[in-house]
Write a protein of this length. Structure first.
Length: 174
């Protein structure tokens, strides 16, 4: 079996830990909390969690292209308007997912991308891609694969904890 570098193992471990913490939080949400609005995101908690899980695969594809020395996929070259349009379509598609669906996908995509990260070697981690402005694979993992679930996960936790502090309107017994 191929073994990646120590740096890759550390990045994979941090990626898994970030997502395990989010999964543990999501597992405790009531159905009401899953469906409630996440004010800083402009979408429901469930849609934000789905966005995180699908983002693992989108960002993973960008990083795979970097490792392979291929041009970055279209997702890496979206304008702000294209990104907003994509996110709006994604929100409609994710709106019907249950908490269990979200958890299943979060865990599955975390496992899949975690395995990919841990198999990278030091040369892979230092690669850049045309159009990546000197960003290395290690940088992309740090900023995107770790940063994406961290920032959106923080918004989810903040919204739910704020709602719980307000009172029974966000009851967590469901």
């Amino acid at each position: 079996m191929f073994e990646g570098s120590q740096q890759a193992a550390t990045l994979a471990s941090r990626f898994r830990a970030e997502n395990a913490a989010l999964a543990a939080f999501v597992a405790e949400l009531s159905e009401r909390e899953w469906a409630m609005d996440c004010p800083s995101e402009g979408r429901s908690i469930g849609v934000v969690v789905g966005h995180i899980t699908e983002g693992h695969l989108v960002i993973g594809a960008i990083i795979r292209a970097m490792v392979a020395g291929r041009p970055l996929p279209v997702q890496a070259r979206r304008t702000e308007e294209q990104g907003a349009s994509f996110n709006a379509r994604q929100a409609r598609h994710l709106a019907t997912r249950t908490r269990e669906d979200g958890l299943r996908m979060l865990r599955s995509n975390t496992t899949r991308i975690g395995r990919f990260i841990e198999r990278l070697d030091d040369a892979d981690l230092q690669r850049t891609a045309p159009g990546a402005d000197g960003v290395t694979v290690a940088d992309a993992i740090e900023r995107a694969l770790l940063g994406h679930p961290r920032s959106h996960g923080d918004a989810v936790r903040s919204a739910v904890l704020r709602a719980r502090a307000v009172g029974p309107a966000a009851d967590s017994a469901g």
